[in-house]
Design a protein around this ligand. Structure first.
Ligand code: HEC
Length: 269
């Protein structure tokens, strides 16, 4: 019993001894001088690119699509032709399977039974902020999964820019077109007494592009404001109807004209 009591007294002393050893260990205190490094300081300069935890300092709008004021932001990247080309390429890979290449929401996966997304040419989505589109891609939306892990941030913004171009391609004012594209458009529209906002061609050819103000043709040199022609595919019923009745279809619309004459037909490709 006596021994036990002695142990009880001694043990804390022994443990304290251990602690003392580590306490006095050779080490630098913050900001202590050093003879080891030539600059005489124990604090070493930070390697380039070091980011302190919680201080990424990232532009919130760029990273989330929502600005510091809590509102959806405009696309923070400069809208260049390069960005749009990249956006189109990524869109065709990641979005077209559901939204189709024109954005009417009739992609192959949808045709096989997946929930049909709204058309990008709906009024609501035409008027919605860039930041919302970015947010949808980043975090998903209802039935649509997030693409943040597959599509890096800047590519997501490139896609947003391209979605805007797609929307413009179906809803442009004639007066806003470059002269030579406008000439083609006017010639194509000349044979159509219908108001320009109505799409020409069969109304439900599996996804008629709404608001076909601009004929789906266009010149090869047409700027990014009319990117749809390249996206045309004869086997894609979502292809905006070409002015097929017009004897003089604009260049680039020949394929689509074929598809328009025979809606839903599988093309040669
Ligand atoms: C697997 C199919 C699928 C893919 C791929 C897909 N989406 Fe969607 N998307 C949907 C569906 C389904 C909805 C409708 C979701 C809902 O309302 O529940 C939707 C909705 C949207 C909306 C409308 C959101 C709103 O406010 O109504 C936008 C914008 C959108 N998607 C953009 C994109 C973009 C850009 C991509 C490519 C990065 C993409 N989607 C890829 C299926 C998909």
């Amino acid at each position: 019993m006596r021994r036990l009591a002695a142990a009880a007294v001694l043990l804390p002393l022994v443990l304290a001894g251990c602690r003392q050893g580590m306490f006095d260990d050779a080490k630098y205190e913050p900001y202590e001088a050093s003879t080891l490094f030539p600059d005489g300081s124990s604090a070493r300069p930070l390697p380039a690119g070091t980011v302190a935890r919680g201080q990424l300092g990232e532009d919130r709008a760029l990273a989330t699509g929502v600005g510091e004021d809590g509102r959806f932001a405009a696309n923070p990247l400069p809208i260049t032709r390069e960005l749009l080309v990249r956006g189109r390429q990524r869109f065709d890979v990641f979005c077209a399977p559901c939204h189709d290449r024109v954005g009417t929401g009739n992609g192959m996966i949808v045709r096989r039974g997946y929930t049909r997304p709204p058309s990008f040419h709906d009024e609501r989505l035409r008027l919605i902020e860039d930041g919302h589109l970015f947010d949808v891609i980043t975090r998903g939306y209802g039935q649509m999964p997030s693409y943040a892990s597959q599509v890096p941030r800047d590519d997501r913004w490139a896609i947003v820019a391209y979605v805007r171009a797609l929307q413009l391609s179906q809803d442009a004012e004639l007066a806003a077109l470059p002269a030579e594209v406008r000439r083609v458009a006017e010639r194509a529209l000349a044979g159509h007494p219908r108001p320009p906002r109505r799409a020409a061609g069969p109304p439900e050819a599996g996804g008629t592009a709404p608001g076909g103000t601009v004929p789906s043709g266009g010149e090869p040199g047409a700027r990014a404001s009319a990117p749809v022609p390249d996206a045309l595919h004869p086997s894609d019923p979502a292809t905006p109807p070409a002015p097929a009745e017009n004897g003089e279809a604009p260049r680039g619309a020949e394929d689509a004209a074929g598809a328009g004459a025979e809606p839903g037909a599988e093309g040669p490709r």
